[in-house]
Design a protein around this ligand. Structure first.
Ligand code: T5A
Length: 217
């Protein structure tokens, strides 16, 4: 692969994104692809510090605009430090959450202007755009999220907030059906993984054909 591929995982908290991303990473490595797995916010020294600020329940005074900009700041850092260099070296980058999360949570969920989020997102991400986004369809109630061991600042939010996030994700998937594939989560981890692998295999094979065609041209 001359250039890598950028694949993102989206969906609600505790839907199994990182579990599925890890299984996919192993599958891709076994097939000979150079693969890395990162998460947002985080996966850089600065990003992990920003993550702590964002998820700390004690930060009750944080405004929604500050929240959105902090997610974007962590994103700017991971793109420059990790994602772009890896893509340039031909890696497949698997990322647990990306810009769609900010549109769903801070846009649809918190009510910030979605066009403004997309504009900032374009500045932050530049040409780094996911080839494929896997939206895990597995929604838990706000009560469930609030009542697990250590709920964070976002998980503490209301049922209404989480419903808006969910509706937002489905709107995004409707707007971009080629990029965003909805993956219904099954009880059996491997069944969900099979669906993910099929979607990823299709995407990689399309990318490879497109590249071969460009080389011939
Ligand atoms: N956020 C993030 C924004 O508001 N705006 C943004 O721009 C961005 C980037 C991040 C929070 O920030 C918000 C969204 C989030 O609220 P986080 O802790 O990283 O916080 O939250 P998540 O990304 O949601 O990650 P989680 O770790 O909470 O959930 P995952 O990754 O979806 O789930 P996973 O794989 O850790 O699995 C959860 C548990 O379920 C089990 C696993 O073993 C694990 O214990 N599990 C299964 N159990 C049964 N059957 C299955 N099929 C299972 N799959 C997994």
């Amino acid at each position: 692969m001359a250039k890598g591929a950028f694949i993102t995982f989206e969906g609600p908290e505790k839907s199994g994104k990182s579990t599925q991303a890890r299984l996919l990473s192993r599958y891709l490595v076994n097939r000979g692809y150079k693969t890395i797995f990162v998460r947002e916010p985080g996966s850089t020294k600065l990003g992990e510090k920003i993550r702590k600020l964002l998820l700390d329940k004690k930060n009750t005074e944080m405004s929604t605009l500050t929240e959105m900009l902090l997610y974007m700041a962590a994103r700017a850092q991971i793109i420059d430090e990790v994602i772009r260099p890896a893509l340039e070296k031909g890696y497949i980058v698997l990322c647990d959450r990306f810009l769609d999360s900010t549109i769903a949570y801070q846009g649809f969920g918190c009510g910030l202007d979605i066009r403004a989020i997309k504009d900032i997102g374009r500045t932050v991400a530049g040409s780094v755009r996911p080839e494929l986004t896997l939206l895990l369809d597995f929604w838990k109630s706000a009560d469930h999220l609030r009542n697990h061991k250590r709920p964070d600042r976002i998980e503490m939010r209301s049922e209404v907030f989480h419903r808006k996030v969910k509706e937002g994700y489905f709107k995004l998937a409707k707007q971009e059906p080629r990029r965003i594939k909805i993956i219904k989560v099954e009880k059996d981890l491997n069944e969900t993984q099979d669906k993910i692998r099929k979607a990823v295999d299709r995407c990689l094979s399309k990318m490879s054909s497109a590249r071969k065609a460009r080389v011939r041209f």
